[in-house]
Every structure is written in structure tokens, then in C-alpha cells.
Design a protein around this ligand. Structure first.
Ligand code: 6PG
Length: 466
């Protein structure tokens, strides 16, 4: 696999870019790098140790391009948004039709589609890279979008640097053309928000409803990480709960302000889901909860006005674990269904089992359950995941606990927006005769919008009269 000729370049030596460049060099691919601030490039090269021999630092974009032998592939690791457009414009006069530029940032897939269709004088790809700094350095999950030929060119590099699942499959694959890779990455992030929110909700039940301290909560998460819920996010939640603040000696979690930040990818997912009319209530609830978390003054005013909730939850911890299992299945079922809707809308052949396989390792939402999801989706990619026999059986077992947890939260004032949104969606999804007949009656009443009759007979208006 080791090469001697430099075909790959990288622009942007921030945390993620630097880690990715080292990963690429380590896997045997010589790489030329450039950063807007030249001293950063020099410092990066100086600190690259043994890998420095495979890295060519350059001090101008023209030098970067000159340091790469065609076929050139230049990876952009610059902040999403205008910086990408600026960089593409700066590269335009320097590159030819055979060169390839790869936006590896967290771009909005609509921007990737736009750039792809904008007549750039070089080939273009958008890839979603997940796993944070550690992933970028030692094995991220990669969701690639762009022309098949561009993927074929980059596949050896991207699969070499990617994480590997237990069966050694590299967690890097071609999702489809244009913005498909960044779209799948956005759904990944939506699910990331939802997983994080559900974990923080059960944390809230333990802390506020059961009076448990962080030190008692940590082993619970650690235990769950040995079972069905085994995942990176549960693992780090256990570690976060166990950590002590070096300044105060208090549990670290207790010293962290309860206002969540966000760069917007989860919000994009919720917005796109609305465009697609694809129900993703667990993700939407997670985005909503982050937005509420940021409104600290309003929440304080709310507590001052209405008083603190009673919040006494008397349930076995096993119920919380089962509620999380159910919530997770429901959330992923929604995410995959959203991608099925997107594939139809955008004319992409998104391969659901392949997506589940890519998410098995390297990315933030990696988990044991994704193995089973990949299998269930391979069995029937179009079927909603809750109907796959394996997950239907898991849900049958876990739902009573989810109901008890959501009910206890509702009675005691412990907020569980994501878990309860998942449950409400499930109850809608298992109801053959719903209640939208009332909505259709109302729409016809005030707007003569018409309805279909259950008996199939003609006549689509009610006897509401004038
Ligand atoms: C990943 C993550 C990453 C994301 C951070 C922060 O897959 O590695 O999704 O891409 O940027 O998790 O996201 P927020 O700031 O929106 O929480």
C-alpha cells in the first residue's frame, strides 16, 4: 500500500485537519499540506515525528498544488460555510479538470449539492467524517458523496485511514453522488444528538428522580455498556460521571453549566426531515431540548414561578436501561426511514445496510446495536426497522419499561422529551385506525378540503351545510 509519489494534499491544519493528515501519512500515503497561517504548517511538520518524512509542508496554494503529482486529490478541512467557498475559489485558477477537491468538513449537504452543480473547473466530492480528533487521527467513519470515479480514486486512501469494524470491514463507503455523503453525516449527527439527549434524560431520572450522585450513576452507565446498550456514548457518559473536578474536587458533571452548545448539524437534520415529511420526533426533541437548555434565565424564571418539580421516581434501574434500549431502536428506525425518504426524493440509491455498517466503528454513534441493524436492514432495507423481527422482539420486551419511565417522568415533572417523543411515535405507528379522520373532517368543515370515505363510496364532503 505504501506509495512514494505524493498524490494527496490537505488544506487546513486545525485539530481535525492535522489529525487526518497524520493518519494519511501513517497509512503510507505521502501528503502535501498547507495552512493559511504558515507558522502552523511549520509547527505541524516539526511535530510530526517519524511521519514528517512523508509530509511536504508548503507555504502557498501554488506550492501545494505543485507538490502534488496528478491525479491530484486535495482534502479541505476548513470550517463549513463561506470558508469552503473561498477555498474553492482560490483553488479554481490552480487546478485542472482531472484534479479532485474533497470537502471533508461538516458541510450542509445543500451547499455540497450547490458547489457540485456550480461548474467548478475541477472534480468535487463531499465526505462526512465522524469520530472527533481521535477518530480523525486513528480511524474515523467516512461517508463519501460524489462521482463514482472520484470515490474509486479515493477509496484506497479513505478505507486505509478509516476505522475497522469487528469483522475488519473498513468504515468508509460511497453513499451516493453529490451531497449524499454530507446528508448521511447530518443524519448521523441528528442521531448523535438524540442518543446524547436520551442518555441525559435517564441521567436526569437518576439524579433528580432517584437522588443519585454522579459517583453512583457512573457504574450504572458502565454496566449498561456491557450489554445491549454497548456504545461509545454510553462509555464516555460513564467516564464523565465518574470524573472529579480538579479545581473543586466535586463531581465534574456537577460543575458544568447545563446549557448545550451546537454547531447546527442536528438542527439541519430536523429541518430536512420536515422538508421530507419524514417523522424524526426523537431527533427533533433532542434539538428542541438543546435550544431550551441554552435559555437558562427563562428556565430559572420558570422554576421560580412554578416551583421545583416533585421528581420522586421509584423504578428499578433495569427499567431505565430497557427504556433506553427502546428509545434507541425507535430513534434509529426514524433516522433510517428519513434516509429512505431522502433517497426517493433526491434520486439517490442510499444503501441502508451499508450505512449501518459504516456507523459500526469510528464514529460518535458507534455501538453494538448497529451490527444487528446492519443485518436487519440487509434482510429488507425498505422495511421500517421496528418491524424487523429482531427489533420487534426487543421492543416488545423493552416497551413496558419505556412506558413506566415516561409515565413516571410525566407524573413527577422529570422532563423526558426524546424518550416520550419516541413512545408517542411508536403508538402512532402501531395504530391502524388513527385519529386524522377528525382532522380531515375539520379541514372539510372549514375549507371544503374534502376527504376519502372508509367504504370507498363517492362523496368527499360532510353534511356540514352552510
Ligand atoms: C462527529 C461529530 C462532530 C460534531 C461534534 C459537535 O461525528 O465527529 O458529529 O462532527 O461536530 O459532535 O457537534 P455539535 O457542536 O453540533 O454538538
Amino acid at each position: 500500500m505504501a506509495m512514494t509519489t505524493t498524490h494527496t494534499g490537505l488544506i487546513g491544519l486545525g485539530t481535525m485537519g492535522a489529525a487526518l493528515a497524520l493518519n494519511i501519512a501513517e497509512k503510507g500515503f505521502p501528503i502535501a499540506v498547507w495552512n493559511r497561517t504558515g507558522s502552523v504548517t511549520e509547527a505541524f511538520h516539526a511535530g510530526a515525528g517519524d511521519l514528517a518524512a512523508r509530509i511536504t509542508p508548503t507555504q502557498s496554494l501554488a506550492d501545494l498544488v505543485a507538490a502534488i503529482t496528478p491525479p491530484r486529490a486535495i482534502i479541505l478541512m476548513v470550517p463549513a460555510g463561506q470558508a469552503v467557498d473561498d477555498q474553492l475559489a482560490a483553488l479554481a485558477p490552480l487546478l485542472g479538470a482531472d484534479d479532485l477537491v474533497i470537502d471533508a468538513g461538516n458541510a450542509n449537504f445543500r451547499d455540497t449539492n450547490r458547489r457540485d452543480g456550480a461548474g467548478l473547473p475541477f472534480r468535487f466530492m463531499g465526505i462526512g467524517v465522524s469520530g472527533g480528533e481521535e477518530g480523525a487521527r486513528h480511524g474515523p467513519a467516512i461517508m463519501a458523496g460524489g462521482p463514482a470515479a472520484a470515490w474509486a480514486q479515493m477509496k484506497p486512501v479513505l478505507q486505509a485511514i478509516a476505522a475497522r469494524a469487528e469483522d475488519s470491514t473498513p468504515c468508509a463507503d460511497h453513499m451516493g453522488p453529490s451531497g449524499a455523503g454530507h446528508f448521511v453525516k447530518a443524519v448521523h449527527n441528528g442521531i448523535e444528538y438524540a442518543d446524547m439527549q436520551m442518555i441525559s434524560e435517564v441521567y436526569g431520572v437518576m439524579r433528580d428522580g432517584m437522588g443519585m450522585g454522579a459517583a453512583q450513576i457512573a457504574p450504572v452507565f458502565a454496566r449498561w455498556n456491557e450489554g445491549v446498550l454497548q456504545s461509545y456514548l454510553i462509555e464516555i457518559s460513564a467516564a464523565a460521571a465518574a470524573a472529579a473536578d480538579p479545581v473543586s474536587g466535586q463531581p465534574m458533571l456537577d460543575m458544568i453549566v447545563d446549557a448545550a452548545g451546537q454547531k447546527g448539524t442536528g438542527r439541519w437534520t430536523a429541518i430536512e426531515a420536515q422538508h421530507l415529511a419524514a417523522p424524526v420526533p426523537v431527533i427533533e426533541a433532542a434539538v428542541m431540548a438543546r435550544n431550551v437548555s441554552a435559555r437558562r434565565d427563562e428556565r430559572a424564571a420558570g422554576e421560580a414561578c412554578f416551583g421545583k418539580a416533585a421528581a420522586k421516581v421509584d423504578l428499578p434501574l433495569e427499567d431505565l436501561e430497557q427504556a433506553m434500549i427502546a428509545g434507541k431502536i425507535l430513534c434509529y428506525a426514524q433516522g433510517f426511514a428519513m434516509m429512505t425518504a431522502a433517497a426517493a426524493e433526491f434520486g439517490w440509491a442510499l444503501d441502508m445496510p451499508a450505512i449501518a455498517r459504516v456507523w459500526r466503528a469510528g464514529c460518535i454513534i458507534r455501538s453494538a446495536m448497529l451490527n444487528d441493524m446492519a443485518e436487519a436492514l440487509a434482510d429488507d432495507p425498505a422495511r421500517n426497522l421496528i418491524l424487523a423481527p429482531f427489533f420487534a422482539a426487543k421492543l416488545e420486551t423493552a416497551l413496558p419499561a419505556l412506558r413506566r419511565v415516561v409515565a413516571a417522568g410525566a407524573l413527577q415533572g422529570v422532563p423526558l422529551p426524546a424518550l416520550s417523543a419516541g413512545l408517542a411515535w411508536f403508538d402512532l405507528m402501531r395504530q391502524a385506525r388513527g385519529t386524522a379522520n377528525m382532522i380531515q373532517g375539520q379541514r372539510d368543515f372549514f375549507g371544503a378540503h374534502g376527504f376519502d370515505r372508509v367504504d370507498g363510496k363517492p362523496g368527499k364532503h360532510g353534511p356540514w351545510g352552510a
